[in-house]
Write a protein that binds this ligand. Sequence first.
Ligand code: C2E
Ligand code: CA
Ligand code: CA
Length: 719
Amino acid sequence: MRGTVTPESFISSRRLALGSLAHPPIREARFWSTQVMVVAVALLHLSVDVLQDRGTWGVPSFIIIPFLLVPVIYGAMSYGLVGALGPALTGVLVLAPTELFLEHTSLELWGGWSNLAFVVLIAALLGDRFEVAREVLVERTSREVRASEERRFRLAFDNNLSAMAVVNDEGRLERVNEAFCDLLGYSKGELVGQALEDVTHPGDVAMVLSRGADPERPLAQGRLIKRFLRSDSRAITAELSESVMRDEAHGATFSVVSLRDITEERLLTQRLADLALHDSLTGLANRALLRDRMVHARAQSMRDGSRVVLYLLDLDNFKGVNDSLGHAAGDELLVAVTRRLRAVTRDVDTLGRLGGDEFVVLAVGLDEGDSRALAQRLLDVFATPFPVEGHQITQSASIGVVMCEASTISSCEDSIRSADIALYEAKRRGRGQIVTYTPAMSSRSTESFQLGQELALAASRGQIDMHYQPIVDLRTRDVVAFEALMRWRHPERGMVAPDVFIPLAEENDLIVSLGALALERAAAAAAQWHAHGATWQVGVNLSARQMNDPGLLDLIESALASSGLDAEHLVIEITEGIAIADIDAAIDTLNMLRRRGVSVVLDDFGTGYSSLAYVARLRPSTIKVDRSFLHAATANATDRNVLAAVVNLCRQLGMVVLAEGVETLEEFALVSELDVDLAQGFLFAAAVPASEIPRVVDEVRAQFPARVVRESAPRQILA
Ligand code: C2E
Ligand code: CA
Ligand code: CA
């Protein structure tokens, strides 16, 4: 391990001064160099002897001996006794044979041996001293190393940034570090001797590290997440790591415990999870959380049979707010709606937003009456306008409701889908409706999906026809116009009514091409009538989608151009709903049509949103009173009076009144009496193919003989 000091490394760092038997000297070059030095000195001595013998030169022994002592002392210092005696004995071995057997050496026997003996003695003494000195040093350094090691470990433990504790075999804290104290807010003195359980959150005391079932291996290592109580009684969440160990010397087990404070981390994770489950604008539950709540609701319903109700709420024409006032205002409106929805729901209900302008309420445990009342409360939220950026916004909503019995709750997605189908049905019935889901709706919706697919191909397969229904002037009894009504000849279903397929086409862009087709065919048919001398107008119905289409005028131009029909013989029928959705745009479009000479009928007057204020602003050429209004007027006096007032008002505004759905002679009498201008209905004829128009006109003439009206020419839709 890096940075730790072992006795060996400590000694080797002082090798020159001490030497070591752990590293035998004969393995080292330094030892052999002392041998070489001795041999060199001995050979030098011999050669000097030889030179002296020839009478040249002589070196006395007292000069040689110190040279001989240098490697010996060096060896002793490096390697002790072995290091000292080694070179000394080498010297003896080199010199002895020459001194004994070579005659020419002049070394006196006694003097030579005594010199050598002196060297060996010095070597032995020095070597021994150095040996002893080294042992003492080795002993001392290894003690120092051990102590320093222990000191380091203690420091490492005490000052470790991780909170650590040693727990003895009785489960008591034996030693704790600073971080451990800081984490729990106690002093060392207060903690040592306590059990870890004493500072554990009461709810988590039972959680222990599994020690493993294997009796052979009772030691364990592991982690768990536990809450602890600080001295200030604040709870913290910590990750506890524990290693159980055995002290072999004493046979006791102990464990080292470290704690990591993950309280903040947990909070953050929680916050992130919250974000993942809530809508950021309104703070309401999102789809993921709703799904989770549905699972719980289902479980509860299974347990106690309580009723689960899902309400899907969609703001009507919310896009209009976004488009006209901007997204900030749209957001503000959504927040305001949220506030009101919260006020009418219970805390136990889940209130969610599934994106855009779609809200959801999941309620558990309501009886049938309560759940109906809640739906009404949710709808009543929209009864008063919402103040947004200084505007008072009138916003309505539609609600789809699903009652889920325990046995029928399938998945969350299925329930939402059912609620969606009910919501769709609610929207279809107009604004501000509550519709409760029934399985029949579901089959209807799959059926309509399939029908939608087929409708996309219907026009290209030549299955779309136009039929024409006569419109009669009530004073002259003359047929003055025809309303063009679309028909779908389905190969299997027969004639599919436009009430069924027009809404389907309106859901996607199909209506634009179908509408264009209707306009073209109707204009062409009317041009034909004119070629044969008839001056009937032709009325074509327009959808909301077409009304907002910037290409509308071009479409009309091209229909007129290709058919050769005069603009004043073309009538466009729009419904009140379209006009109210965006009154300013509607006024612009109507003005444009008027400038072009095309008349406009406000269709379905008297259904739902009738407001004479709108009529006055739109100034259509004609008002077509809806058949339900007519039926009501025949049935009761009040409605009759209202109808009379409407006719009067239109007269004053210079508008023509057309009564639709005249089925009986009684209704015919009524509209005649009220001085309604024009009438249309089964009493005269239903819509027929263009080829049958001559027959139908003849029949009407036969049944309602023409009257000569002196004061004015026959009226037409054109005002
Ligand atoms: P609408 O514009 O209100 O058309 C009048 C509807 O009332 C027609 O139904 C007509 O056949 C029916 N009707 C006429 N006289 C009577 C009567 O005396 N009693 C009763 N009960 N009904 C009568 P139809 O042809 O089924 O059309 C239904 C709706 O489909 C139309 O209502 C219109 O909104 C839409 N539609 C039809 N053709 C087109 C089209 O080419 N384009 C668009 N955008 N919508 C169309
Ligand atoms: Ca119509
Ligand atoms: Ca109508």
